[in-house]
Design a protein around this ligand. Sequence first.
Ligand SMILES: [Zn+2]
Length: 64
Amino acid sequence: MKKIKCPQCGKKTTWEGNPYRPFCSERCKLLDLGHWLAEEYRIHVPSEGVEEIHQLPKEEEESE
Ligand SMILES: [Zn+2]
């Protein structure tokens, strides 16, 4: 049996017959996926979106 170390919690687990590999459990798999998605989200937030938010109140001010 191939033994692996869970990258999330460091617990030793087996590769064969493990549906959550390379993690030891579903919890660790989801935790790692959550971290990964959070990183992706941060990278893909466009700086344009932030500028749009700043421009909106300014436009309102000018029309009034
Ligand atoms: Zn784990």
